[in-house]
Design a protein around this ligand. Structure first.
Ligand code: DC
Length: 228
């Protein structure tokens, strides 16, 4: 018997600042699917570790900390997601420069990832999901019905992150953000366990010169063709 869910799963992967979360959220909304932001789960762990003073280089300590951590993703109006860490809403604390600078380190450990991946597969269990991350099409949901890999030039991605942080009220340097993104891409792509890479059957979209609406419309068309 085929145990695969009757509702499809859609994977959206790509490097930092490629626009994944914005378009994945809108795509999910248009399809009536649940949007699952896996980066937010790694961010929640990094945030908790920073708060508790856990050594971010200590894999065992981080894996133990995660074992004792509840991370829930709740749909919110406008296709958004609230992140609940151990019962507290931490959504607005996860995109700070401090978390940005620490999360790739936390996400690099195999034991952290295997726990997270199990949680993510469970969340996607019933299908009807758009899941965004780095290893969704290659590792978390290798049987996803539609896979996208979004990319954009480093400058475009740095500009987007810079504007996002300025909007949030942070006083940041654009050059510093560019360096951080470059560094994070390198960590995410070169880690030995489930690195950032495009699944062979993923559809590549370069969003450098595309508006969000254009990207979403294109993805929606492709999903409708493939899921028809
Ligand atoms: O998408 P994001 O910027 O919120 O991701 C935060 C970090 O988590 C980023 O450094 C990559 C990592 N990540 C990962 O390794 N695997 C995922 N499935 C999602 C995110």
């Amino acid at each position: 018997m085929d145990k695969r869910p009757t509702r499809a799963a859609i994977a959206v992967d790509g490097p930092a600042g490629a626009g994944k979360s914005t378009v994945a959220r809108q795509l999910a909304d248009a399809l009536g699917f649940l949007y699952l932001d896996t980066g937010a789960m790694y961010r929640a762990l990094a945030y908790k570790a920073l708060r508790q003073g856990t050594d971010l280089r200590d894999e065992e300590a981080l894996a133990l900390l995660l074992g004792d951590t509840a991370i829930d993703l709740y749909p919110a109006p406008g296709g958004k997601v609230r992140v609940i860490l151990d019962g507290h809403d931490v959504t607005d604390d996860l995109r700070t420069p401090e978390v940005n600078a620490s999360v790739a380190q936390v996400a690099g450990f195999a034991s952290v990832r295997s726990d997270m991946v199990a949680r993510q597969r469970e969340l996607a269990h019933h299908g009807g999901v758009v899941m965004d991350g780095r290893d969704i099409g290659t590792f978390v949901l290798p049987h996803a019905e539609v896979k996208f890999f979004l990319t954009a030039s480093l400058d475009a991605r740095a500009d987007r992150r810079y504007r996002e942080l300025v909007r949030m009220g942070f006083d940041v340097s654009r050059d510093r953000i560019r360096e951080e993104i470059e560094h994070r891409d390198l960590l995410d792509s070169s880690r030995p366990y489930a690195p950032l890479s495009k699944a062979e059957d993923a559809i590549l979209i370069d969003t450098t010169d595309m508006e969000v609406e254009e990207v979403v419309a294109h993805m929606l068309d492709l999903c409708r063709q493939r899921l028809a």
